[in-house]
Unconditional design. Structure first.
Lengths: 305, 305, 305, 305
């Protein structure tokens, strides 16, 4: 397996030049554009790595999957989905148009920014600090990595340049989707996006999802199966921004990408996969990372369709 | 199995009253609103039926799945997807907004009307008649029902009241998505939607897809596996109109509905399912049929997530 | 006056190079890009000309003002405005988005293509031929030019490439805004746009409007004052495509432009102005023609604000 | 004149019941729904009043006209219009859609909320307090009413419930339209909207505009003629929310309404008119106030078209 993984990583390096680092979060411009790594964690607990799997990056939108499960656990399905929809949208991840034009006004799904901000505001806690602590503890548990931390520079960079997210949040406050304090809610969101991980960490998250919420090492049920399945479903229908449909066709398993260059995948009943490659395609997905997953899907026959 | 299916059908009859018959195609108003039936065809060839499985209805949008595979076979993936996208859209099935506002101008996917009309225009043939004959022959082959016919009354009703589809088609001609004659192309589309089927017929189509394009009876490869997988992927991401995301969460296998009241499902590697129930929910899906599929998914553990 | 006009025309020639001929109607590409002319007809009947005032061009969207008055006369205000709105729209002249997204579905005003097509369909007549004859007769009367004719080449070019207009028309048929035959209605519209005029002709139309519907030569009331005022109001709020607001600020009198390069203006109680200059700015207005009108407004103090 | 005005006010009272008080600013619900008054101030300085002309109300959107002139004076035309457009928009006054969908991203005009917030942020001043003091001083000068004050209850109510405006402001900060502090800018905007006036006050503003920026009493030039003309032009093309086009047709002179129930009109070269009637139509304009203006326009022949 390691040999195969190393070969794939080398093969796909050529795609790096075709992508770019994201411009709208200045701190992300400091990423190592040529990093490329992959980790696999099977539900039996086997791990395989190749390339820059020790390279650390911020988790960004991948965190939306985890905050969704926590909000579902805290507030229940009907509460969450009365405020955030279940449908894919053909609009960009930071679009506000449908908030205004579709009635009732609610974000289309928890994977676009508006939906994810609303979801994070639903996590129970007496303050933003409590909520983010809860989130971070949960991340540490499912990654089996007690040393996960928030990258303060990235967090501050996102907070400083987050006026588009701020606009969405106030709009949602206006229409009643968010009832919590806006700056607090945004703080939770910006911090959760700034958690620093490696491919190994996110491969563990993927394995946890692939195993339906039962810890693959301890056997403990950490999250309700139903909520894990919901999370995986959103990963298929809207996990890869506006490239979700194409990814479902060409790769065919649940995955969520982040603008930090990571992609976390969960192959149901089989394995978690983490890849990193900060050079992004125009839709915001790791350009070489996508190619690695395409190769894995084909060679290991991982499509669920 | 028959007992279970009969019980499910009876249990779900209560949902019929909560739905309505579609208004925009006058001929569909003549449907039997209280009909409710289900058929299962496993890839081993076992068949099970319950309720009004002999009730015949027009296939409507379910046909979009089949015309897509034929267009892919005739023109190839790159031709088709240069003119029709791969992404789900949060807009209604008959929306034209994104054709105008998103560049390049092309229908978001082959399951919305605009995309399906474009796809049907791509099927090779010297005339509309040839194309529709080819489509009908293919339907007969994969349903193992040589007696399938087009319901002329429904076809004429759709043609007469199809000005919204006509508007989309001319728009697509203007931007170069469709290069064929518009009235001819619409004729193929209106006719394919008017093919009359029973749940048994569409369950066979589902089994054919579940078996990746190999005829479950003869063992013949009838369609390339790749194209069948593409079809199933679209069924997951956009098969149930604006209820696709919710359906993926609550049912979790590829399915395509039509306003005739049918839903055709393909459980990969397992079975095809056909249900009918002309009473529709507000999104255009069979309201009681959805409940039957939800029950089947749960009780037979059919979710792919 | 002639000296002043000649000087203005010469001064503004330098703007011609900054514009382009329109691409979407092939026949219009044959226009003389460097033509530039102006005519003034006062309500007392004085006429002044300069530059290429004998250059003939097709009237295009300027005709929308006249067809609106005829439809108002034939069907009455309440009929017309129940099907076409009164409000400016920030969308392009050929946009369909608001037809779909705003309820009730009707074109925002009679100056965008959708509204103008609907309006032309409302002119009374037993056939398309009768309607266009009626329109042409009216044009001949108010221009005092019995030799006005339709340019058949331009008409056929518009008909052949008019699929976007065709799409709008079918959409409006679907929602009930248009009740007439679509191809007939489009034929009237394409023909009225193809009437060939000079600046003198459109200056006479402007004078007729400036004089509130009373023929400046014969003194005959040819059109109800109310309908003429309605026409002039639309010219101010939406006469210059997406540049109407800027034109109102910088020029400040009712005007309507066409992609043939003409602009017809009506200075209430004073004069009609016709300019031609086929080189268009990005909004579709004659680029040098606009500058001539800006100069006239300033030097002759013609703003109504 | 007084007799005529009194008769008009009485005649139009019957329209009051067809309208409602606005719901989105709680404090405005306390208005006297049945108030109805009118004031006229000619440019010669004659004044005429009828009905509840002593009733005080908050100026709301009428203030947008004045803040625009101040911003033009402070920053110049090219600065202002590089950040805010000149075109009418068919969208609601609080719409954000075009900010996202049209490039470059800027509010369509200074009369919709987004544009007005941006404009207020452009007024020179070292702090929000300085800016609002400057605005208030200017209002006092042109109304000849040194006692004008801000209604603190309304201001606080708007600030508390202003999340939609806040959303717009942050969006504009994100795209660079606003460079000032957001809460400060909103404070100026909410305060200017909360200035308490009577019909007499706004009739004086109207007369000031009608007189092209020269004080009708002192003869002092208080504002550049060009900026006053720009203001009047926007009043015609977008002064009455989504009813601007209809108002231009049926009334035909520059006017600006506010959800406090006021309408300020400027008949060029003739007079200013102020009306109040807190019962609003569905577009947000004083329902009985509109009828008064319609009557005045017809009987005094005030249309500019």
């Amino acid at each position: 397996m390691e040999n195969y993984l190393q070969k794939v990583v080398e093969d796909k390096r050529s795609y790096i030049d075709k992508g770019t680092l994201p411009e709208y979060i200045p701190e992300l411009q400091k990423a190592r554009k040529d990093a490329l790594g992959v980790s696999i964690v099977t539900i039996e607990g086997d791990t395989h790595h190749a390339g820059d799997y020790k390279y650390s990056f911020t988790i960004q939108s991948i965190s939306k999957v985890i905050s969704l499960m926590l909000a579902l656990k805290d507030k229940g399905e009907s509460y969450v989905f009365s405020r955030v929809g279940m449908e894919p949208t053909g609009d960009p991840f930071n679009s506000m148009v449908k908030l205004e034009t579709v009635r009732p006004s609610k974000p289309f799904n928890p994977m676009i920014n508006a939906g994810a901000i609303a979801v994070s505001s639903m996590i129970e806690g007496n303050s933003g600090e409590e909520k983010i602590k809860k989130l971070l503890d949960f991340f540490r548990k499912i990654t089996h990595n007690p040393e996960l931390e928030i990258n303060e520079d990235v967090y501050l960079s996102e907070k400083r340049t987050g006026d588009r997210n701020r606009a969405m949040a106030y709009f949602m406050k206006d229409v009643g989707v968010i009832t919590e304090d806006i700056e607090d809610s945004l703080d939770v969101y910006f911090r959760q996006c700034s958690i620093e991980v490696t491919t190994k960490d996110i491969a563990y998250i993927g394995a946890f999802l692939a195993n339906n919420g039962v810890d693959i090492i301890t056997g403990e049920r950490v999250m309700e199966e139903r909520f894990v399945k919901i999370a995986k479903t959103f990963m298929v229908t809207c996990g890869m921004y506006n490239g979700s449909g194409e990814f479902a066709i060409n790769v065919g398993f649940p995955a969520k990408s982040g603008v930090g260059g990571g992609i976390m995948a969960a192959v149901p009943g089989k394995m978690g996969i983490g890849v990193v490659g900060p050079s992004l395609d125009e839709k915001g997905n790791s350009i070489a990372g996508l190619e690695i997953l395409k190769d894995l899907s084909k060679n290991l026959d991982l499509s669920i369709f």
